[in-house]
Ligand binder design. Structure first.
Ligand code: PA5
Length: 470
């Protein structure tokens, strides 16, 4: 069945998730879908209550008119004075901005030359010292604007990199440095906020009820987006349209709910513990990486809401079509049947990629002449779906009419709603990340942060166990 969002041109085709296409062992019967549909409506109601109570804020983000005004006013003030936007942040504080940049301007190697009119985005997320040094070498401190993003205000990677960048800027800019930095963090709390206040950086707030991986439509994604010149009103407009659709108690109109239910059923009833997010668009590659975090951190949980130990999670994998047909598809078609494939298609590309007729009298060349790359990539995706289906591998497809700010904003919000609904179907809290927190605390202990001595001791006990295990 193919269903469309009523406000946006996004479709979801779930035909190849059906038993009629991939067999009963791997696909869903109409009876299974019917039987579980009431649970989807309960999940919708459950999440609606959470959202209305203000416990989760991402559905409200596209409607914050004042935030949009503040961001746009600030962007207008500072744009034109930098050719590089340096984003210091990690995880949910970095992936959203990258997804937007890649989605709307393309992957970096093919973006137009950067300039003060078209600043590039350099994301310093990892603490790889060679990468950080090379990135700084490529930037001019006088032409760089830095946005440091951390909801907690204290993530070690972000703080360490920011200290390096701040120092690098101060060496050339001295007291002017403060006017070339903006901080995005939890309003009125944490050490990054304290530093921003002390040094006088512009500050933008992350609402308390919005977690990192759900924050792309807050200043976390939208401030960098506005600073590199993306149409943030368009992004919010698409996201707002999907938000309206996502509250519809109707599985034919509510794509996010339908996709959540079907992914849940194929995972739980047909044992597909891996989801391959498979965009057939280089521009959606950043979004696939953003989605990996959203799905993994939200749905990988040790405990149910009731506190029972359950250890659930579906492993997200990102693959790029058509490229990964020549790398991963052998495994996907013939290897273990433990995956569901979710294609992300674009109907109208910005360019059709006309293939010239060369008249070479060579069979492998001549049939392609006069056709387009758009037709070829579409044929590649549909052929891969057919091959997977013939091999009994369930798959489904989201199709975006085109890649513009509205469609991208809509799609990201759709993925967030889908994730929230799936969390409700699983009976877990999709919004915490205890598993991430422990690693962070061990790092603080190891790096000597005050108050984390017990984690240093716990880490040392682990090292001791490693020694005696040898
Ligand atoms: O989704 C999350 O909450 C995490 O992945 C965070 O985004 C990540 O750990 C970075 O945290 P912070 O923004 O506090 O630096």
């Amino acid at each position: 069945m193919e269903v469309s969002s009523s406000h946006m041109n996004i479709q979801f085709d779930d035909t190849n998730l059906r038993a009629a296409m991939v067999g009963e062992a791997n696909g869903l019967t109409p009876e299974e879908i019917r039987q579980h549909s009431p649970r989807a409506l309960e999940a919708l109601k459950g999440f609606q209550e959470i959202s209305e109570a203000g416990a989760q804020g991402f559905p409200h983000l596209p409607f914050q008119a004042q935030v949009a005004k503040d961001i746009l006013r600030f962007a207008k003030e500072v744009r034109g004075s930098f050719d590089t936007l340096c984003l210091v942040g990690i995880g949910g504080s970095a992936l959203g901005a990258w997804a937007l940049d890649c989605g709307l301007r393309g992957p970096h190697p093919v973006q137009p030359a950067f300039s003060v009119r078209n600043p590039r985005l350099v994301v310093l997320d990892n603490v790889d010292p060679a990468f950080t040094a090379a990135a700084l070498d490529s930037m001019n401190p006088k032409k760089t604007f830095t946005v440091v993003i951390a909801k907690s205000g204290s993530t070690a990677e972000t703080v360490a990199t920011f200290l390096i960048v701040r120092d690098w800027m101060s060496e050339k800019l001295g007291r002017k440095t403060r006017s070339r930095i903006a901080a995005v963090t939890t309003a009125g709390a944490g050490d990054l906020h304290a530093l921003a206040e002390a040094e006088g950086y512009a500050e933008f707030a992350i609402p308390k009820n919005v977690g990192g991986r759900f924050s792309v439509l807050s200043p976390v994604g939208m401030l960098p987006a506005a600073l590199i010149g993306l149409d943030i009103r368009g992004i919010w407009k698409g996201a707002a349209a999907v938000t309206h659709d996502s509250w519809q108690p109707d599985l034919k109109k509510n794509l996010a709910l339908r996709a959540a239910l079907l992914h849940y059923l194929v995972w739980k009833l047909k044992h597909k513990s891996i989801q391959v997010a498979f965009p057939y668009s280089n521009q959606l590659w950043g979004s696939a990486f953003w989605f990996r975090q959203l799905w993994a951190e939200s749905l990988g949980k040790a405990k149910s809401r009731q506190g029972d130990e359950i250890h659930v999670g579906q492993t997200p994998v990102a693959a790029l079509g058509a490229t990964d047909q020549h790398s991963q598809v052998q495994l996907y078609v013939e290897g273990p049947n433990d995956k569901v494939f979710t294609f992300w298609a674009v109907e109208r590309f910005a360019d059709s990629g006309k293939i010239p007729k060369a008249g070479l009298n060579l069979e492998a060349f001549d049939y392609l002449g006069g056709q387009t790359l758009a037709k070829l990539i579409d044929a590649e995706r549909r052929s891969t779906a057919a091959a997977l289906t013939e091999a009994g591998r369930p798959n489904c497809t989201f199709t975006l009419r085109k890649l513009d700010p509205e469609h991208l904003g809509a799609f990201l919000q759709l993925m967030e709603f889908q994730t929230a609904f799936l969390g409700e179907l699983l009976g877990i809290n999709a919004f915490d990340q205890e598993g991430v927190e422990l690693g962070k605390k061990f790092t603080y202990g190891l790096m000597g942060r005050k108050g984390f001595e017990s984690y240093r001791d716990r880490f040392q006990a682990y090292e001791q166990r490693r020694k005696s295990a040898d």
